[in-house]
Design a protein around this ligand. Sequence first.
Ligand code: PMP
Length: 445
Amino acid sequence: MNRLPGLAAGIKDKLIQQALERKLRQACAPGAQAPARPAEKKAEVPEEHYRFHLHPGYQQLRIINDGAKRLGVKNPFFTLHDGAAGSGTTIGGRAFINYASYNYLDMSGDPVVAEAAKAAIDRYGTSVSASRLVSGERPVHRELEMEIASLYGADDAITFVSGHATNVSTIGYLFGPRDLVLHDELIHNSVLQGIQLSGASRLPFPHNDWEALHAILNEQRHKFERVLIVLEGIYSMDGDYPDLPRFVDIKQRHRAFLMVDEAHSLGVMGARGYGIREHFGLDGKDVDIWMGTLSKTLAGCGGYIAGETALVEHLKFLAPGFLYSVGMPPSVAAASLAALLRMKQLPDRVATLQARGKYFLEQARAAGIDTGTSTGLAVVPAITGSSLKATRMSAALFQQGINVQPILYPAVPEKSARLRFFISCTHTEEQIRTTIQSLSSVKQA
Ligand code: PMP
């Protein structure tokens, strides 16, 4: 703040001092008046602008909840589980077949994974208490990141404490108002939030439609500096996946960046569970930003970005969600590292997951259930066509000992409301048959 440019510091200080003394003398002189307070302007502020219970979002929530209560529909959210949840769970002391967890390879609850987390607590405590940049990291952070990088043949990787924050912070930081982000219309909310934060222009393209993307780029590419294309490895609402080689070709032709969110494809696609890259036999460098979460296959909590050094180093020093946020608790990093190493040692779990998903899909289709575009890779929807029907069917299945979550408007369009089944490698064929029978019976009811 240099208001007197050109003056030597000593002279400047003296002038300021003299001015302050003059002001003080005037203020203390007999008869000096107290400075007038600015007159209070009383604006008419409507109550909804300063009361939370009148917030439009909360009002809408109340209407939905009151309506559900009047219709006698049980609230399907915030179910209280008694223990670890995989293909089975216990709720209120009762055993359920469970399809509401992303515990794809049954690593959450795995004794080896749990032991690694406990050992990390004993050694490092329960928190690193501040950002890794300033307060340091533990060996387990870097070991996890190097293992993740090796999955993609990437130079390096960085882990964030939340998967959602990984997308928000990475996209929000790397892109700006002169840039364009193109994304599949079914992309996860965290990507949309990141784009909003970045200030970049945003254009969705129809689901998995690489030709539509190509057409948009033909028209739009020249208007922007950087262009990012964002896809998911497996779409979490539908259980289908993009034809990735086509998208790689398009991104190369238009000199754009390509980002793939592997939240639901890591551990699920490819013979070893290495994800969509392995499924298509692509080079890790074909995709610029590999993103994934630690909360599903990797039995922890957080997200990662893997890619070239210039990307990872940049994010490590400057992405706000990493720089200004605490490092991952060592126990969480240790759990995810152990889960990743175990996935590499136990490809049978991946094969079983793929087989059970395929079995579920075949059985459901044979029973006339609308499974949309699902490929049977870990996620299989049963489209009900209305939120009320989905909620009622979920409640009826719960009565029969099956826990499956309804997905309602506005998470999906009302006519696409559904039950969403997440398959785990420990679901048995018998459990799947029982489930499809129950699903058929509640569909008729
Ligand atoms: N990306 C996708 C595709 C997701 O489905 C999710 C959440 N399930 C996230 C990102 C956010 O990850 P997290 O829940 O680990 O914050």
